[in-house]
Design a protein around this ligand. Structure first.
Ligand SMILES: C[S@@+](CC[C@H](N)C(=O)[O-])C[C@H]1O[C@@H](n2cnc3c(N)ncnc32)[C@H](O)[C@@H]1O
Length: 661
């Protein structure tokens, strides 16, 4: 067999493969689950039984997500559709709307395009070679996840499709190749009209492979075209207006094939049907004789015919129009009709569908509508947010979870990135942590500062604390940081000069922010909380120096309690201005314009955030409510968590305690 080779495919004569660490998934949110379902699942879990299936939206890099799916799903996925990034530019940018001011009379949302971050662009890689390697690693794992009767659809641009085809042949076998579908995704390309010296590039390619020769297949049909109908379905039934054709019912091969010969409506012939059947059909009006003496024929209605069996050139699925209801502002969004066709061809209700580049969520949305189970993954936070919103727009959407690999992904990264030698495990761990902290301080342009437990560096006179990879920054941490801060100020010439600390963390416990700020202020220490961005995990982003640490947003919520009833109102929302693109900053005149979505868990139980209520903007409903009510069934103390997602896709949470009497 012909094999495609690129630099790095073999090392010391051995074929290289993907990362194969299986990390545990963390559920960060459960969406649309009723209180009863939640209780039942907790009970099932507690008794060690299987919990009910939940569809899964996973935020993370497929490099870690796919191997982590293997222990549970190897050989269990019935249908895979992927639409990986392949075309520089469009794949990651998205258009978000800045909604109008709440007091504005007219709807005049302003749109802006968010450019891809370095981590998102990274998927394009710098060369064709590394793209092939990236794709190869993906396809190996997908092949292992696919069920014996499963099918994989790889939707890809023509610029990389030839390399991709050879890789799929190598991994699935050339005899498992079913089709190359040509999808015409545009009607005309403007660059050609403007004089480009090549033909308009209008199509994408979708490769279709199966795992074995026994695969699921439900043929789909397209409507007949008008010329065909005019030529073959010439008759129209008076009264019903149904179109039909007349087909020959005399038997080919006469008696040689055992066909009966008898007289019917005065005509004697060899017929296709028995005399009994012929009479039945006649009584039902299915056999007609146009004139006495002519050979009777069968009436076939156009509306009973399935249509033309589907071919491999798909010209009938139109790109999403600018005003279409399904449009989510995602440049690479695919039409739902495309995914419907794919799912109807190769899956049935209850089957499991996987898309590890889910983008705006088309695969998950269509799977949900067609009653398939689904797993969708994407590394972009905006993609996860867009998908969640689209799913919530489906009436009776089944409960689903939002997951990531959280600290486990970071631990794996820390171990791989900072190998350490030591006499024992503890020493190694210490050396690794020191190397890790230095690395983060360096990215933050801070200097290391030794001799303290909680203060690790200095920057511009302020102190810097670097949070651990595997634990959130807690209120207790903030207390220790504040206590130590005073000891560190002004001791020697390199010491910090101000009682201010930048606390860098991957995650922050829910109570951190206001409460922690308050605690710090009581100790007269000025604390700023900054998120260590995901980009840090990516070598290329680090090399390109595109790592920015953003301050946490601050949300003010007002709660009013009357008996069992609670009214919750958003009162203010601040995102540090560094994080907001200039055009957005200029356009935003009221804090609520920054809010795209918010949700409330009225009874947070320290497990995952359950959004029991949510409000969000859509293209048709651009206004968002800022107040909601809830009625508790029983007296008690409850923890309420409010989660806001801003128009850039970032989330901010706020925790409150409620006492219901
Ligand atoms: C072409 S878009 C998919 C669009 C999608 N089919 C739709 O209809 O909206 C490709 C997606 O892959 C995601 N992506 C790129 N590299 C990834 C990776 N390594 N892991 C997971 N997702 C990735 C991007 O964030 C982007 O949303």
């Amino acid at each position: 067999m012909t094999e495609l080779i690129w630099d790095g495919k073999y090392k010391d004569g051995k074929k290289q493969g993907p990362v194969r660490i299986a990390l545990p998934f963390q559920t960060i949110e459960t969406v649309n689950e009723s209180t009863q379902d939640r209780r039942r699942n907790l009970e099932l879990f507690a008794s060690g039984r299987d919990t009910e299936w939940r569809n899964r939206l996973v935020w993370g890099d497929k490099k870690y997500v796919l191997p982590s799916l293997l222990p549970e799903f190897a050989g269990k996925v019935n249908l895979i559709y992927i639409d990986p990034p392949f075309d520089t530019g469009a794949d990651f940018s998205f258009t978000a709307a800045i909604p109008e001011h709440p007091d504005a009379a007219e709807d005049e949302a302003i749109y802006f395009t968010k450019e891809p971050s370095i981590i998102e662009q990274k998927a394009y890689r710098d060369t064709f070679n590394s793209y092939l390697e990236w794709f190869y690693e993906t396809a190996i794992l997908l092949g292992e996840l696919l069920a014996e009767d499963g099918t994989i659809y790889v939707h890809i641009g023509q610029n990389v499709s030839h390399g991709v085809k050879l890789i799929l042949d190598e991994l699935f076998g050339p005899d498992r190749y079913l089709n190359q579908i040509i999808w015409k995704r545009q009607t005309a390309h403007s660059d050609v009209a403007q004089g480009s010296q090549h033909l308009g590039r209008l199509h994408d390619v979708i490769f279709l492979y199966t795992k074995s020769e026994n695969y699921q297949w439900q043929m789909q049909y397209t409507p007949y075209d008008k010329d065909y109908i005019d030529a073959f379905y010439r008759h129209v039934e008076p009264g019903t207006g149904r179109r039909y054709r007349l087909s020959d019912i005399t038997a080919p091969g006469k008696s040689l094939k055992g066909n009966p010969r008898y007289e019917f409506l005065g005509v004697t012939r060899y017929w296709r049907f028995s005399e009994k059947k012929m009479k039945e059909m006649y009584e039902k009006g299915r056999i007609v004789q146009t004139k006495p003496g002519t050979v009777p024929a069968q009436k076939r209605y156009l509306d009973e015919m399935p249509g033309v069996p589907l071919q491999d050139t798909w010209l009938d699925i139109k790109p999403i129009q600018s005003q279409a209801a399904e449009r989510a502002g995602y440049d690479t969004q695919k039409p739902e009709t495309l995914l419907e066709r794919v799912m109807k061809l190769s899956s049935k209700e209850g089957d499991l569908v996987l898309d590890c580049f889910v983008g705006s969520g088309t695969t998950a949305v269509v799977a949900e509508k067609l009653g398939r189970r689904w797993i969708g993954c994407d590394l972009s936070r905006f993609a996860i947010h867009t998908t969640r919103k689209r799913l919530l727009g489906i009436s009776h959407v089944k409960p689903f979870v939002v997951q990531n690999l959280g600290k486990y992904e970071r631990q794996a990264w820390q171990e791989a990135e900072f190998p350490a030698n030591g006499k024992n495990h503890l020493e190694e761990q210490r050396a690794r942590e020191t190397a890790y902290r230095r690395f983060i301080l360096d990215l933050y342009h801070a200097k290391p500062f030794s001799g303290h437990v909680w203060i690790h560096g200095t920057k511009g006179g302020r102190m810097v604390h670097v949070g651990a990879v595997d634990a959130p920054v807690t209120l207790a941490d903030v207390k220790s940081i504040a206590r130590e801060a005073w000891k560190a100020v002004g001791r020697d010439k390199d010491a910090p000069t101000k009682a201010g600390v930048d606390v860098l963390g991957w995650e922050f416990a829910l109570e951190v922010n206001e409460l922690a700020k308050q605690v710090a202020a009581e100790s007269r220490v000025d604390v700023a909380f900054k998120k260590i961005p995901r980009e840090v995990l990516e070598k290329k982003a680090v090399e390109k120096g595109d790592v920015r640490f953003f301050e946490l947003g601050a949300l003010t919520v007002e709660l009013k309690q009357k008996d069992r009833g609670t009214t919750l109102k958003l009162a203010d929302f601040v995102i540090p201005t560094d994080d907001i693109p200039e055009e957005v900053r200029r356009a935003v005149k009221h804090w609520s314009q920054l809010i795209d979505y918010w949700a409330v868990d009225w009874d947070f139980k320290n497990d995952t955030f359950h959004n029991q209520w949510q409000a969000y903007r859509t293209r048709n409903e651009p206004k968002i409510e800022l107040e909601t009510k809830y009625s508790y069934l029983a007296a008690g103390k409850y923890t309420v968590v409010v989660k806001v997602i801003d128009i850039l896709g970032n989330d901010t949470t706020k925790t409150l305690e409620v006492t219901v009497k």
